[in-house]
Ligand binder design. Sequence first.
Ligand SMILES: Nc1ncnc2c1ncn2[C@@H]1O[C@H](COP(=O)(O)OP(=O)(O)OP(=O)(O)O)[C@@H](O)[C@H]1O
Ligand SMILES: [Mg+2]
Length: 239
Amino acid sequence: MERSEIIVNDFPRSPISESFRLFRTNLFYLFENDESKVICLTSSNSGEGKSWVCSNLAISCAQYGKKVLIIDADLRKGRQHRIFRKSNRAGLSDLLKELRGEVKEEDIPKIVEELTIKIQDTEVNNVYLLTSGPVPFNPSELLGTANIDFLLDLLKKEFDLIIIDTPPASIIADALLFAKKVDHMFLVACSRKTKKELLLNTKKSIEAIGGKISGVILNQVSTERRKEYSKSYQKYVVD
Ligand SMILES: Nc1ncnc2c1ncn2[C@@H]1O[C@H](COP(=O)(O)OP(=O)(O)OP(=O)(O)O)[C@@H](O)[C@H]1O
Ligand SMILES: [Mg+2]
């Protein structure tokens, strides 16, 4: 059996779970002054821990009583269904096809019905998942032409928090599509792996289109370095 990645669920007293509680507190502090509900995580490069952070953050927020939806918007290499051991036969990719262009009044009941079918619950109470769905022929075009604003507005009525998992922004532009549509963007960086220059370039490209980075999540920090970081104040440090 594959090792579980949902550490915050399986080991709520672990230091990792504590880090996520800290992140959650900072997040809700950010949300305090506005009606924020939608966040998006991306990174400069692949394998830096976006999907892992999305799922564990979602669990931490659900443990706090929030109804959380994870949208797996990595249409090429979506992994949330694996993390939560769910089916990926249907998901976001099919839904985006229905959301092309102007959404007509008469289409809304069908879209709502599709959403109800495609959003799955998970083994974690209050964590729901819209998986990436079958890999489409044209992922970026599909995301670029779909009415994401409409989709998010519908979902905001149902969930307290929506977390969007995306591909790495310096490789595939899909995450940039969300930059203007979400309330907060976060960059995941991997300790000793992420190249500073690439991270700064990713930040610039998000800002160039009017997006705003609300924080950087430093992932995979060794125990020794955690101690150093906790001496000087760091916003978000995971593991
Ligand atoms: N803090 C961590 N502790 C232990 N394992 C981790 C941690 N962060 C990530 N991982 C592991 O590293 C691997 C890559 O993580 P993940 O898939 O979340 O990265 P990603 O940024 O989403 O990658 P991609 O760019 O391919 O989508 C996974 O096996 C995940 O379980
Ligand atoms: Mg991923």
